[in-house]
Design a protein around this ligand. Structure first.
Ligand SMILES: *Cc1c(COP(=O)(O)O)cnc(C)c1O
Length: 421
């Protein structure tokens, strides 16, 4: 346990001894900005710029031959990017593919994994789940003629905004066919115990999947060891792949024989795809769940950014991340909780229960306060009704920036700066 202090030299000392501090120099930090929004859109790295330029050049000079010629031929690129992401979630290379987009990937996974039977035909999720995921779950119930009102079981949040794992587990009955949760809740930053939920789900033959959009690249996972059935996540948050970049799918190898039912030719047996058979036969790996031609320009930045992540190492990244958020929480407790500041945190004081961001709450004026932060060059985001999310990204944010954000919030209240909005 570090004994934190509130002075600026202390923040600078934390930066000086940070083992991964040099990675910041590989990113483009917008000018005069403290960027605390890497959990919405991660920043561009010079490494990603290089891999994107490389692919633009290939298009310029090789055109169609880029698909099969040279190193990193486009035909195999999605698999290559999948391999780079596999260590972040503790999977084998063949279990991960970079493909599609987040919500589309969930649809593709549900086509395979939601197999309702009489008496076992409900889906279990929670009220704090990402709306897009809920829409997809409801679509799949409707597609199978099931009423979402009675077949989508939604666990409510507790009074403090968190989810109770015990309450989730109690609902894992024989009637549930599939369960879907976020690994890290996008609002509160609560990190669920993925291993425990999976163990409990499997006791009642429930297939379980996780949306890892807020943990991929900042929280290590051990999906093989934990025996998760499937997962998916986006590439543009902590993975720094760029706006709308390719997303990812993880499929446990024990499910490779199952059939992708949103089939498309890029999921066909890789070496026979161009035989153009009319009988679909999927590749027995996560790649079998691809649908269409991979968006090469949406994959290219991920090549550079995933190499950075692997170079820094996900364990080191997590270690810095929990220090950054613990320090944030310490400063908030010391400075921003008392009157007239009146901020409070979602109660996630155990770093093991927290993802990469913190959720700061205040009962009044919080939207205006978020606007004021923006006018001061501090990029955070607001999630209704009363949460400001602050994400110190371990690869490019500093302890000093955390300090500056807390003291900016203090000044905003001291001088009532938010009244101008
Ligand atoms: C960001 C995010 C997504 C992204 O959805 P898209 O389909 O890429 O727009 C999905 N789920 C969660 C939990 C997210 O935070």
């Amino acid at each position: 346990m570090i004994q934190y202090k509130t002075d600026l030299p202390f923040a600078r000392k934390l930066d000086a001894t940070d083992p991964i501090k040099t990675f910041r120099t590989r990113f483009y930090i917008p000018e005069n900005t403290i960027y605390m929004d890497g959990n919405s859109l991660g920043l561009l790295s010079k490494d990603s710029e290089v891999t994107l330029q490389h692919n633009l050049k290939k298009w310029k000079t090789k055109a169609i031959n880029g698909w099969l010629e040279g190193d990193q031929a486009w035909f195999y690129y999605a698999e290559e990017i999948g391999k780079l992401a596999a260590p972040l979630i503790g999977a084998e290379p063949g279990e991960v593919i970079a493909t599609g987009s987040t919500t589309v990937n969930l649809h593709a996974l549900l086509s395979t994994f939601f197999k309702p039977k009489p008496g076992k035909n409900k889906i279990l999720t929670d009220e704090t789940n990402f709306p897009s995921d809920i829409y997809a779950l409801k679509s799949h119930l409707k597609l199978r003629g099931l009423d979402p009102e009675s077949h989508l079981v939604m666990i409510p949040a507790e009074k403090d905004g968190t989810l109770s794992e015990d309450r989730i587990i109690k609902q894992m009955g024989k009637d549930i066919a599939l369960a879907l949760f976020q690994s890290v809740i996008f609002t509160t930053s609560q990190l669920l115990d993925v291993a425990k939920l999976t163990r409990e789900a499997h006791k009642n033959e429930i297939l379980i999947g996780f949306d890892c959009s807020h943990s991929a690249g900042v929280v290590p996972h051990a999906f093989d060891k934990d025996d998760i059935d499937f997962a998916f996540w986006c590439g543009y948050k902590y993975l720094n792949g760029g706006p709308g970049s390719s997303a990812f799918i993880f499929i446990n190898k024990k499910h490779f024989e199952k059939e992708p039912l949103m089939a498309g030719w890029f999921g066909y047996k890789k070496e026979k795809q161009f035989e153009m058979s009319l009988e679909f036969d999927h590749e027995r790996c996560a790649g079998g769940w691809q649908i269409s031609s991979p968006g090469i320009l949406g994959l290219a930045p991920l090549e550079g950014s995933l190499k950075i992540l692997n170079e820094a190492g996900i364990e080191q990244i997590r270690s810095k991340s929990t220090k950054l958020t613990s320090y944030f929480i310490y400063l908030i407790d010391q400075i921003l909780v008392k009157d007239p500041y009146n901020f409070y945190l979602v109660a996630l004081r155990d770093p093991e229960k927290r993802g990469g961001h913190i959720a700061l709450k205040r009962d009044t004026e919080i939207r205006k306060i978020n606007e004021t932060l923006k006018s001061r060059g501090i990029i955070s985001d607001f999630r209704p009704p009363n949460i400001i999310r602050l994400a110190p990204a371990p690869l490019y944010n500093t302890f000093q920036e955390v300090w500056e954000v807390v003291y900016a919030l203090k000044e905003i209240i001291d001088k009532k700066e938010y009244l101008q909005f």
